[in-house]
Every structure is written in structure tokens, then in C-alpha cells.
Design a binder for this molecule. Sequence first.
Ligand code: ADP
Length: 376
Amino acid sequence: MALPTEAEIIEALRTVQEPESGKDLITLNMVSGLVIKDGNVGFSLEVHPDKGAEMEPVRRAATNAVSEINGVASVTAVLTAHRAASQNKTGASSKAQPQKTVQSTKQSVAGVKNIIAVASGKGGVGKSTVAINLALAFNTIGLKTALLDADIYGPSQPRMMGLAGEKPSGGDGDKLKPIEKYGLKLMSMGFLVEEETPMIWRGPMVMSALQQFLRDVEWGDCDIMIVDMPPGTGDAQLTLAQQVPLAGAVIVSTPQDIALIDARKGLNMFHKVEIPVLGIIENMSYFLCPNCNHQADIFGHGGARAEAEKLSVPFLGEIPLHMQIRETSDGGAPVVVSDPASVNSEIFLSIASKVWALLEDDAANTRPPPSIVIEK
Ligand code: ADP
């Protein structure tokens, strides 16, 4: 079957009107972050932050219009309000967002276009689970993706990817080859030390291990690299945040107050080193019963969304506490690859599309060119 083209998708979106103006989505320049891979289509619709609910029928109409194109296997359309949020960055109410500055001491990683940190203020909130599913979701929407597991205190990505016990092989010269699975390039401290081995990491050790992973691995061309950060906001995290040329950070939190306080600390840490926070994700947001699909807000769902609003940081999405998410990650095939059509996968795909739209927006508007530092 023929695969859908960008032109066909744009034509389909021209048939969908925004009700207030009566104009179509393309004329209004509302579509961004369009990605097409093997018939899977993803895009964002940019809307005013106050109009999210009103625009839901438009999102559905856009999804239906694109679904009807021959060869389209799935459509992920998300509403984003980031233009308004990024305007806040320079506006009077922007106390939470730093101005972007050239990170002159950081060396970019050859071939890698965007590096994003996935961080959390404390452990156990599902940061690594979110990082891997998000990375796989980026890959699903057609972006070449790598994951660097820098969670030195408990590198869990090899286990979640079914790669425990694997060792990376040497590439050209002294470089290591990342291990590839499900289309993702992966490098982890866990390939070098056992997950259970307690490690005491001091600043310089963290630095040199990380430098090696960034510089001495054959990453090749990647649109996105996700860095699964160690949990917390101590020295090691600060050092990582300072050393990696990050395009931005995503903070994972659970809805409980205590986790949100920790999340705020995470946010402040990135502000300190002038890295934009792309948004907050609420994990274990509500309990979804695997038998009857009943939703129970056991942790007081919605805390992260409220916190994000207060801090003028985009809210990226809510992930339920769901048996499928735990079982698939623990089984070595995260939900985004083992059950790509599930509601849980759709949530990760939608968050990935939002993050990609934010990055594209940043690239178009404000990001300075990477600086090149020659080390003596
Ligand atoms: P962290 O990296 O923050 O320490 P992990 O990603 O290792 O946390 O998650 C801790 C445990 O919680 C793992 O067993 C994982 O499978 C589980 N988990 C994480 N998120 C969810 C979720 N949304 N639903 C169910 N289980 C989850």
C-alpha cells in the first residue's frame, strides 16, 4: 500500500476549519511538528492556552481527516499551547523561566541535534520508565533517537530494554558502539556496572564517565538524545546538567505534594544552570484498573498540572499508574513497543509530539548555534 505523503496530510488538514475564524488549520498556521513514519502520522495543533477544551472537536476532526488518507496506520494529534507559554519566558510574569544564553563551556555531541534530560527530584517516581517510553515514542513518530542512561545510582534501562548482561562492543578506533534495540540506540552505566552494585560516585568520576559516554560512543546521526538523569538535585546532577549541552529538561513527578516539592527543586536546579524546562509530566497520575478500567485518583491526581501552571512551565501530560506499564518495562519490552495501539502508548506518543513541537519552536525562535570549544 502507498504510504501517505506530507502534501496529502496538509491537503487533508486544509479541509478542517477553526470554528471562530472559519479558516482552515493550514491557513492559520496551527499545525507544527508533523512527522510521518511507516504510515504513522503525528502533529501538534497550536491553540491559545484558554481554548484547549473548545479546540478538542477540531483536534478530533483533524485526526479523522488524516485517518481517511490511504495508507495512514495511526494518527496522533495533540493540542499544544506552548507559543503562549514561551511568550511568558520574556514577559513580566516569567519568573520561572530563565533567558537562554550561550552555554559556552559545553561541547556539542557530534551528530546529535537535540539532547533532552529526563529528571526527577527524587527516586521511584517512574523517571526511567517515562524516559524509555518517551524515547521509544520519539522513534515511533519518525525521529532518530538515542537514550543515554546516566542514572548512575540505579541504571535500569538495560533491564527495561531486555538487555541486561549485554556488553557494548568497540566501534571505530577507541569508540564504543551503542547497543541498538527497537530502533533505539542505547548506552548505559548498567552495561558497565551491575544494577545492584552499590556505587559511590564523586563529582570527578561522574564527569569522566559521562564525558566518555558523550564523546567516545559512536552515536551517529540522531534527532534526539534522551538522557535519563540520576534522581535528585545533588552535586552529581548539577554537574551533569552543566556538562551536557542540553536543549531542555523534562521533569517527572507523581501527584503527591512531597514529590512536587522535590520536582520544584529539580526545576530550580535547571534554572540555576540556565537550561529551559520543557515541561512537567505527572506519572502515576491516577490508578487505572486493568479489569474494569475504573479510574481512581489515589494520589490526588492533578497536582503536577496545577504546579506547572503556577510555575509557568508547560504541562506535558498525565500517565496512569497501570499494571501494563510496569509489567512491560519489567519484561524488557516497554509498552510503546509491546502494545503500540494501547491507550498507555498513545499517552507517551502525545507527550513526545508535544516535546518535539516545543523543540522545533525553540529552534525556530531562540536557540543560539552550538558553540565549539577546542580542548587543549
Ligand atoms: P525511577 O527511575 O524514578 O526510580 P522507575 O522508572 O524505575 O523509577 O520506576 C519504579 C517502578 O515503578 C518500576 O517497577 C516501574 O515499572 C514502576 N512504574 C513506573 N511508572 C509506572 C506507571 N505509570 N504505572 C505502573 N508502574 C509504574
